[in-house]
Design a binder for this molecule. Structure first.
Ligand code: LLP
Length: 445
């Protein structure tokens, strides 16, 4: 068994976060005030050193089981450079759209280690994925089985698939990011798998089923759920073996590992999770007399979140005496919709140097036209003033990828930092891009 005291997902801040001699916050030898000046705010920043650390931890934690395949759930953060970092680390990808596939291809990454998830893949998406040599689909429902078989048949190929099942496991996270319970829009209910097997084995001759897939939810702090999930998947493999005389030799347990967003969060380490998952694989394989399967894992958030942070500039403030002081930022729900969607909590601090300490409790408001656009409620900040640079930690996952152009906001740039170097990996949207798809029809001219 492996072990390491603490893994990256358990830290609140990226590695090498400190105050420099000027009193400014510095991460990976980059002064955050200088970054804000150079690239303007709002700004997404990813620290490559922290990112490489978590990548190595995942590899190290799962090396005890040689048949592990790590596929990065790219919905957490998909850009061409981020994809390159994972491809260079020999990770595969879990994609959910033609756009994510296109990004990989555009970055020169082939689809040999890519699985395609999603509950309503379009014909166009399935065709595009097959034409570009995707490794496998995680098929979600009967309609997809039928359509995928038709497409594969028309191209005279046999397409490898997994079946996504709902394992009936509830985890304790926000309702919107739970997926493993029976009442879910994703996957085959266990009572449906026999019908799916019948179709695949007897009718859909252009599909080859090699494994089962499940994903129970996201931002999970419990560990036992993974042990149980592996147990459910292998029990199903055993049942299918007995009933249909085929032994599926791949299981995919999805993603979900939690990270530390606030001081009170206490997620498990990657080693703890890995040890438990592998223990469950070995135990259940022995119990059911199965071969040890190829094990796919699909982490998203835990691979990128802790490496990311966002910089904002403070603008207006509003002090409602005895009630609340609002401190407004130059971004908000368009670049980070998570607080308004999931009541997500974040830690933040003022990046520029301050004379002395004068902490006060304020509420960080976004600039968008919604009362719900509050980034952090009731946070203690050191004398926040207009013009200060604010750093919000742990915005690496599901912020850029869920950002919008609400209020015709330009999406911020993203910078990759590494030990004193900083490079733009996503440019800030231009005003021309805000209107580039608009069409003014003749009769309106
Ligand atoms: N595999 C499947 C099939 C998934 O649906 C997901 C996430 C993952 C893997 C990766 O899960 P992760 O390791 O990132 O927890 N927008 C929400 C999270 C939605 C997660 C969707 N599925 C948020 O901001 O919290």
């Amino acid at each position: 068994m492996n072990n390491k005291a603490k893994t990256t997902n358990q830290y609140l801040k990226p590695f090498n976060t400190k105050r420099n001699e000027k009193g400014n916050l510095e991460i990976s030898n980059c002064d955050l005030v200088e970054l804000a000046e150079k690239y303007s705010t709002p700004l997404y920043v990813m620290d490559e050193v922290t990112l490489n650390n978590i990548i190595e931890e995942y590899k190290d934690a799962f090396k005890i089981y040689e048949k592990t395949r790590i596929t990065y759930a790219s919905k957490a953060l998909m850009t061409s450079s981020i994809a390159k970092i994972f491809a260079n680390a020999s990770f595969g990808f879990d994609v959910v759209s033609i756009g994510e596939i296109y990004t990989l291809l555009n970055a020169g990454i082939d689809l040999k280690k890519v699985s395609f998830n999603g509950n309503n893949k379009s014909i166009e998406e399935m065709t595009f994925a097959i034409d570009n040599g995707i490794d496998h689909f995680s098929v979600d429902n009967f309609w997809e089985l039928e359509k995928l078989n038709e497409i594969a048949k028309s191209k005279n190929i046999i397409q490898k698939i997994h079946l996504r099942i709902t394992p009936g496991i509830e985890c304790h996270t926000h309702d919107y990011i739970k997926t493993g319970q029976n009442d879910s829009k994703f996957g085959f209910d266990l009572s449906m798998t026999d019908d799916a097997l019948d179709l695949i084995l007897n009718k859909y001759k252009n599909l080859k089923l090699t494994g089962l897939h499940a994903h129970i939810g996201s931002q999970i702090f419990e560990t036992q759920v993974y042990y149980d999930e592996v147990g459910v998947l292998l029990k199903e493999v055993k049942r299918i073996k007995d009933k249909f005389s085929i032994e599926l030799n791949e299981i995919n347990i999805g993603g979900g590992v939690g990270i530390t967003y606030t001081k009170s969060d206490n997620p498990p380490s990657i080693y703890e999770i890995a040890n438990l998952i592998i223990e469950s694989v070995k135990f259940h394989c022995t119990k059911y007399n199965l071969q040890e399967p190829v094990l796919y894992i699909e982490p998203g958030r835990s691979l990128v979140c802790s490496a990311g942070f966002s910089l904002y500039t403070i603008g207006s403030t509003k002090d409602i005496k005895g009630i609340r002081k609002y401190v407004a930022l130059d971004g908000g729900m368009a670049d980070n919709p998570r607080p308004s969607m999931y009541q997500a909590k974040y830690e933040a601090e003022i990046a520029n140097a301050k004379q002395g300490q004068n902490f006060e409790k304020v509420t960080l408001a976004g600039k968008f036209c919604e009362s719900g656009d509050i980034l952090v409620k009731d946070i203690e900040l050191n004398n926040p003033q207009s013009g200060d640079i604010l750093c919000v930690y742990d915005t690496g996952a599901y912020c850029y990828s869920m950002s919008s152009n609400y209020n015709s906001a330009q999406k911020p740039a993203m910078v990759l930092i590494n030990n004193g170097k900083s490079d733009i990996i996503v440019k800030r949207q231009t005003l021309e891009q805000i209107v580039q798809n608009d069409v003014i029809i003749d009769r309106l001219k």
